[in-house]
Design a protein. Structure first.
Length: 620
């Protein structure tokens, strides 16, 4: 009788255990499967086991560590002794807790019997752990992406994707099948995109999941949107708006009729802001009805209608029906076409307060978007009471001041807050919109009524040390036209040029290139900006701003102000150029009263644009 050929497994050598490898695997996983990581070799984790044929263990450990697994063998009693040694100090006590229990509600109930294979059955605990890890990490989306090397698991946290793990490619079909079962999708259809929903409870907290699958070259990609019900119950105060922004938003909520729009890209917090606004309006004792696609959060005491286009329930059809339901306040999830725009505007003109969203870059662009859809300018002018354009910027981590620590996942950021450009309609705004004026003219009227552009709102946070200039650039861009505007001048009859000093400890090709670009950009402003080389002595002329390059001095701002004095209010604005990625150097400079730190290789035109923007903000 011919026996099964069993591969030869090397013997484990416990004299060469790497503590860094042990740290990769949580104690609960090590004890659950009776294994011990020994070392890492070229991205592969070498793990001691007494059962090299345990495929469930191999997959679970690969998922938990994000590494490929290679077995080496040892008796179970020896492994247990090593576990007692390496996990005995209690330093990973938080990892020793039992796996987080994930309860499946709705589609998941009673569906375990439908699992089509042993592979899919073994994927059940992995999917549960994947969901629990993402939800507990605060991810807004969980990405499961088949790649050449394996199945990448990524979490979107604070708007940025982070690598969370790497699974074996062989797990792809079984993981996809399990997720589809939980969300009520067709597991046999792998060639078409599908969308579904699921509901789970983690540590007693119920969370809705919106699932989307997409056929890709290496298999089906799955994105799971995590909809925490508590987010739908947030107040405007908890969203993160500044006091001035909150006052302007609440002035819009005091309207009894009209159209209020919230604009921004996907993931900018539009829905959260609208739901928070609805909760405040609801306190007035009004009838609130929403039309959404999809309904992301369930709001108590509010009628929410889900659009179903296949059944003929479009935004337009739902709005026409809602108008017969005696509503006071209407939320339209998104204005997508002319029909929806016209009905929403008509509702706002007949005594209803209407909220909706648009995908535009700034507040004024919302007007142009409505015109492009087909709405009449004179109706837009009368209906629109305000537009809120918003973004979410990451806050610098308080614990490490942006240097990166365990609490912020080494990113330097923890949590987010909103920045907003809030346009409130005025008589001049209405006149220009009705006349079909250009966006620049409408924007001028908005600014005259207190509308602060997104970039300037973000610069205020940078000045206060709440976020970084790099983070601000990630979510908002300074309009190109502002580069050509000189800084606000003093009260003299003829505006004097903005004076920017350049100081460098030593000449180098890199700093010389940036200085040359800075001078060229200033020259393009036709005398609006002057660039002057500075020394350690007092400047011949007062400076509005100083750019420091090379070995940056650490003298306090008072000393710099005396050295490079200005005849305008306050000390000169100080911008330092430091090595990109040198987090410690950035933190040191900010701690010595440098106003802004930019990467050393930043193009001179960007340096100039940043300086002028901050000077305009200071002059307000």
């Amino acid at each position: 009788m011919t026996g099964i050929c069993r591969p030869t497994i090397p013997r484990a050598d416990f004299s060469r255990v790497d503590p860094a490898a042990v740290a990769l695997l949580a104690e609960r996983w090590a004890r659950r499967y009776g294994v011990l990581p020994l070392r890492e070799e070229d991205g592969t984790l070498v793990v001691a086991t007494s059962d090299a044929l345990d495929l469930d263990a191999e997959r679970a450990i690969g998922f938990a560590t994000g590494r490929r697994v290679r077995w080496v063998e040892a008796p179970q009693d020896e492994i247990q002794a090593q576990l007692a040694r390496w996990y005995a100090d209690g330093s990973r006590s938080e990892l020793s807790a039992p796996p987080v229990e994930v309860q499946h509600i709705g589609f998941a109930a009673g569906l375990s019997a439908r699992v089509p294979s042993d592979d899919a059955a073994s994927a059940i605990p992995l999917v549960d752990q994947l969901l629990a890890d993402g939800i507990q990490a605060g991810a807004s989306d969980i990405h499961i992406e088949p790649e050449e090397e394996g199945i990448a698991v990524r979490h979107r946290i604070d708007g940025v994707l982070r690598q969370a793990g790497l699974l074996a490619r062989a797990l792809g079909p079984s993981l996809a099948s399990r997720v589809k079962i939980l969300s009520g999708l067709d597991i046999a259809d792998r060639m078409r995109p599908q969308d579904g929903r699921a509901r789970v409870a983690v540590r007693g907290a119920v969370v809705d999941l919106r699932v989307s699958t997409l056929p890709a070259s290496h298999g089906e990609k799955i994105v799971i949107r995590v909809l925490d019900a508590s987010a739908g119950l947030r107040t405007l105060d908890s969203v993160g708006f500044g006091d001035d922004d909150l006052a302007r938003i609440r002035s819009l909520l005091e309207q009894r009729e009209g159209l209020v729009l919230v604009t921004g890209p996907t993931g900018s917090g539009k829905t959260t802001t609208l739901y928070a606004a609805l909760r405040e309006v609801q306190a007035r004792g009004v009838n609130v009805v929403t039309v959404e696609d999809p309904i992301e959060y369930r709001l108590p005491a509010i009628v929410q209608v889900q659009v179903h286009e296949r059944a003929g329930l479009t935004f337009g059809a739902a709005l026409r029906s809602i108008m017969r339901q005696d509503p006071d306040v209407i939320l339209v999830g998104e204005i997508r076409d002319r029909e929806t725009a016209e009905i929403a505007i008509q509702a706002s003109l007949t005594g209803h307060l209407v909220f909706s969203t648009l995908h535009t870059n700034d507040a004024v662009s919302a007007i142009a978007r409505l015109v492009d859809i087909g709405a009449a300018s004179y109706q837009i002018a009368t209906a629109v009471k305000g537009v809120i354009a918003q973004r979410l910027v990451r806050r610098l981590c308080i614990g490490c001041v942006g240097a990166g620590c365990r609490d912020c996942g080494e990113s330097g950021y923890r949590g987010r807050r909103a920045i907003a450009e809030i346009l409130i309609a005025s008589s001049e705004f209405e006149r220009r919109v009705a006349a079909g004026a250009a966006p620049e003219s409408i924007a001028e009227a908005a600014r005259a009524n207190g509308c602060i552009p997104l970039w300037e709102a973000g610069c205020a946070l940078v000045r206060r040390g709440e976020t970084s200039i790099d983070e601000l650039r990630r979510v908002a861009a300074e309009p190109a036209r502002r580069v050509t505007e000189p800084a606000v001048a003093g009260p003299s009859a003829e505006p004097s040029p903005t004076r920017i000093g350049w100081w460098s400890a030593r000449a180098s090709a890199a700093s010389g290139l940036v200085r040359g670009q800075l001078v060229a950009a200033a020259a393009a402003l036709d005398g609006g900006v002057r660039i002057m080389q500075l020394s350690d002595e007092e400047a011949d002329e007062p400076m509005d701003a100083v750019v420091l390059a090379g070995a940056v001095p650490t003298a306090p701002a008072e000393q710099r102000a005396a050295r490079w004095r200005t005849d305008r209010p306050g000390a000169p604005l100080v911008v330092a150029l430091a090595a990109d990625g040198a987090t410690g150097e950035h933190v040191r400079l900010l701690g010595h009263d440098v106003d802004v730190v930019l990467p050393a290789g930043t193009h001179g035109r960007v340096v100039l644009a940043t300086v002028l923007a901050l000077l305009r903000w200071r002059a307000r």
